[in-house]
Design a protein around this ligand. Structure first.
Ligand code: ADP
Ligand code: MG
Ligand code: MG
Length: 888
């Protein structure tokens, strides 16, 4: 009586009874074997014991297996009938492989057992039936070796050492040169090992072999290795694994035989065409085991031309059938091709992009499917040069993979030096215990950053990611000696000027120039991202302060500039003194004088940006930081004053000037500058500053329009919190615009909007929106003001610990805090739309480049995200994935 009749559950499926859809029940390997059988491919006959059986076995143990054993025997009888061979006896013995296969791929699970069914008797029959004694005994010893290792748990080294001793004695290099007589001796020695290790003889009964092998597959589901793998990869423990029992076919029966693995497209480049390797006269794992060097698959064309053609057809069929690149295992037995496995092939990020783009173009998959096949993380990898992962390199030290990509350069320890050498065109890596905002100029000029302290949210890490530069942070195994200008890693001393390579993708440091693979924003990548844009609801804009950034942003496909920060323009060395003049001004007249000079420069910048963006929207944020940030440091002033006094020049003009600046520094001093006199508060108290900026913007717009180009200027007010602030600033902007239109006798359009970066603006957004034509969520400040954290202090002091303790799930400055900050954004959107239905909504905080945060922006209906130019491709794909519901 069948188990099914007894229990209502069917535990055994022949290949002809399954399909690819039954992956959960039959495992990936089994489901695909069944599918290939179904579509008529040459698969050797076999059957599958289901994953449900595995779960049953975990509950009931061998008792369960005993209860279904009659069905296993039944299934074996059917294999005998199908092949005309007999299991465990007769003239033509049936041999099988026993293979595990879970619903999700779990590399490193149980090894397959080949040639099961051999014993001292059947091996003789196999020798006669095949006419090849050497082959028969070689197969037998392989079986003993695999079974003993996998089922009986005996280390394969014991067998390997017997084998290599024998080869030495016979002066032979390869296993397949060993004659039958020698194999017989080796087999005796193998059996001795089994007896010694287990106390029992090697099982001669094929049915016992089969039962133990099946049990071993089920048991392998709960080995430590398997459990750990599932934990790491978030795979459920109760999926279970299926067991595949497959009739053996032999690739080691002579030179018209062979075995191999092939991909339907190159897994590292994505190039279309058969790619892989094979070995003539070999079995199963020989190809990967490295016993002999396999030949490239193209050679198969010469050795077995018909087989090659057939394989090409199979590959094409499978690819069309599965609509994805396939990884295929095959064996040729006496001129006949068998397919033993197919699955979606693993591939590099680069191949992933090319394959998706090509398949969409070939019409094999639709564009949405193509887009869904590449992850934002893969795109991120593609944008940075990478250390060649195939290169055999010895690492110098290991830290945190803080910002992806590889950088090569000379070691320097000071930011000033990094800047100096960097400007001179040298590639340098800035190595510091940690970095601070004072090092920014050095970070800017370095190829990469290595710190011995600090985590993924440290200053170095955050800034590096923003700049798109590789960074290894928290590399505690290096000891930096700033005085001696060297660091020590293990017993290696690295001095200033020595070349190192850092791999920010993996967090590794190498001595010297490691081999790199260049990033590619190639045609395929562009095509795929264009498809992504069609799927996405959100547009992707960029944060760009200079014409150069603007051009880069456009190259990466940005549809506009969501944030152009004007203060960066003031920080440039030739402008800072004028800016300082403006800040120290005691009267409006003095201030206006300085502002006039700045206006000329600002206008030039805006002309450059408008031209670079050629018709795309450009959002310019007016001056934001507190004025004292532009002043010299108090300590520097005091020490200069001290010097002057020592020289007896305490009364000189310079000294008097310093005193006056000092007074101004004191006057501008704030207890808490982050919450102080900055942003639109400056623009309201000193309207001449914002008037100057707005004039520069509109004058630039007129200039560019006169050159026949289109300008979409958007003026954005920082730190707005109330309706009246916004009303005044809108009025100011309109007034200046009017003046310029009259003066230049030209009409131009523009928009005035507000950043939303303090909670009040979000909550009272219905009022602010009365005067703002667009909102842009400044989520860096909004996160600071919502949590009440100052970012620098938080990241430098307690945030890492908070995350470690689980007080916070993530760094809210990287991944948008949906519950708090996100809630405020949602309220702001809802309230604003009540008064201005078509208000344009975007985000320009760092979150605009983070996939999960982008998914949130999509969900609350923003129109665009704006991020650093380097992140634009990642954001474009993320926006598409959000729309396709792949990011939640
Ligand atoms: P893995 O999951 O590690 O790839 P497989 O079950 O696919 O393990 O098998 C390992 C090797 O043995 C592969 O090269 C496969 O092609 C080969 N193999 C498996 N079953 C058979 C069989 N019935 N006849 C010949 N070779 C087989
Ligand atoms: Mg395989
Ligand atoms: Mg801000």
């Amino acid at each position: 009586m069948e188990v099914k009749e007894r229990t209502g559950v069917k535990y055994i499926y022949e290949f002809s009874e399954g399909s690819a859809k039954m992956r959960d029940l039959l495992g990936g390997k089994g489901a695909n074997l069944a599918e290939m059988w179904r579509i008529g491919l040459p698969v050797p006959p076999g059957f599958i014991i289901t994953t449900e059986g595995c779960r049953e076995y975990q509950r009931e143990g061998s008792k369960w297996l005993d209860s279904i054993w009659p069905d296993v025997v039944e299934a074996m009888r059917r294999l005998e009938k199908a092949t005309g061979k007999t299991f465990g006896g007769g003239d033509n013995p049936l041999l099988v492989s026993v293979r595990s296969g879970a619903p999700v791929s779990m590399p490193g699970m149980m090894d397959t057992i080949l040639n099961l069914g051999l014993n001292d008797e059947t091996v003789k029959a196999l020798a006669i039936a095949s006419g090849d004694e050497r082959f028969a005994y070689d197969s037998y010893r392989r079986f003993i070796q695999m079974f003993s290792n996998v089922v009986l748990g005996i280390s394969s080294e014991r067998f390997e050492s017997i084998l290599s001793d024998a080869k030495k004695k016979l002066s032979l290099q390869y296993d397949n040169q060993i004659p039958a007589s020698a194999w017989k001796d080796i087999i005796s020695a193998f059996k001795e090992v089994v007896k010694e290790e287990t106390g029992n003889p090697f099982p001669m009964d094929p049915w016992v072999q089969l039962k133990q092998a099946i049990e071993a597959v089920f048991k392998s589901w709960n080995t430590k290795r398997a459990i750990t793998y599932r934990r790491i990869n978030n795979i459920s423990d109760d999926l279970g694994t299926a067991v595949n029992v497959v009739t053996m076919v032999f690739g080691n029966l002579g030179d018209d035989c062979g075995t191999g693995v092939c991909f339907t497209r190159d897994p590292s480049t994505g190039e279309k065409g058969l790619y892989g390797e094979f070995l003539t006269n070999a079995q199963g794992e020989d190809v990967v085991a490295g016993i002999r060097t396999p030949q490239p698959i193209s050679d198969l064309k010469k050795v077995m031309p018909e087989i090659y053609d057939e394989l090409l057809k199979v590959a094409d069929l499978l690819e069309r059938h599965y609509k994805d690149m396939q990884d295929i295992e095959f064996t040729v037995e006496k001129g006949k091709l068998y397919i033993l496995q197919t699955r979606n092939g693993k591939r590099t990020a680069k191949a992933s992009v090319k394959i998706a783009a090509d398949m969409a173009e070939e019409g094999l998959i639709d564009e949405r499917t193509a887009v869904s096949r590449v992850t934002p993380y893969q795109v991120e990898q593609l944008l940075h040069p990478q250390v060649d992962q195939d290169a055999d390199l010895k690492e110098l030290a290991k830290g945190l993979p803080a910002s992806p990509g590889a950088a090569v350069g000379k070691v320097v320890f000071e930011a000033d030096e990094a800047e100096e050498l960097g400007e001179a065109g040298e590639a340098v890596i800035l190595v510091r215990p940690e970095t601070t905002p004072d090092d920014i100029h050095g970070l800017y000029r370095a190829q990469g950053i290595l710190t011995s302290r600090g985590g993924m949210t440290s200053h170095a890490a955050v800034v590096a990611r923003g700049m798109g530069k590789p960074c290894v942070a928290g590399c505690e195994s290096i000891v930096i000696d700033l005085e001696k200008e060297q660091f020590v890693a293990g017993d290696v001393v690295v001095k200033k000027g020595d070349v190192i390579t850092i791999d920010g993708t993996r967090g590794l440091v190498f001595l010297g120039h490691a081999p790199l693979v260049q990033p590619s924003f190639d045609e395929d990548f562009k095509k795929l991202l264009d498809m992504a844009d069609k799927c996405a609801k959100l547009e992707v804009w960029a944060n760009a302060d200079t014409p150069e950034d603007a051009r880069r942003a456009r190259e990466f496909g940005a549809k506009g500039i969501g944030l152009c920060r004007t203060e960066h323009m003031f920080m440039q060395p030739e402008r800072l003194p004028i800016m300082q003049e403006m800040v120290v001004a005691r009267t409006r007249e003095e201030r206006v004088k300085a502002l006039d000079k700045l206006e000329v420069m600002q206008k030039e910048d805006f002309v450059g940006i408008f031209e670079a963006m050629d018709g795309l929207p450009v959002t310019i944020r007016l001056l934001d930081p507190p004025l004292h940030e532009f002043l010299p440091k108090k300590a520097d002033l005091l020490s200069r004053l001290e010097e002057l006094k020592k020289e007896g020049k305490g009364d000189s003009e310079e000294a008097r000037e310093i005193l006056s600046v000092l007074a101004r520094v004191d006057a501008l001093h704030e207890a808490n500058p982050m919450l102080g006199f900055r942003g639109c508060r400056l623009g309201i108290v000193y309207p001449e500053i914002y008037e100057m900026q707005v004039r520069a913007i509109f004058e630039a717009a007129c200039d560019v329009i006169e050159k026949g180009k289109v300008v979409k200027a958007k003026v954005m007010m920082p730190l707005v919190g109330t309706e009246e602030e916004m009303r005044r600033l809108k009025e100011l902007t309109d007034k200046v615009a009017d003046e310029i239109m009259k003066k230049r006798k030209k009409e131009f359009s523009y928009e005035v909007g507000s950043m939303v970066e303090v909670p009040r603006a979000a909550v009272a957004s219905d009022e602010v929106a009365k005067h703002a034509e667009f909102f842009s969520f400044g989520t860096n400040d909004l996160t600071q003001t919502t949590f009440g954290y100052s970012r620098d202090d938080a990241e430098g002091k307690f945030l890492a610990e908070y995350i470690r303790l689980g007080v916070l799930p993530d760094n809210p400055f990287h991944t948008l805090d949906r519950k708090g900050v996100g809630r405020l954004m949602a309220i702001a959107v809802e309230e604003a739309k009540k008064v201005r239905e078509d208000i344009e909504l975007g985000i320009c905080g760092e979150h605009g480049g983070d996939p999960m945060s982008i998914a949130f922006c999509h969900s609350i209906g923003l129109d665009y995200v704006s991020c650093s130019p380097f992140r634009v491709p990642v954001a474009r794909l993320s926006a598409a994935h959000a729309a396709l519901n792949l990011l939640k």
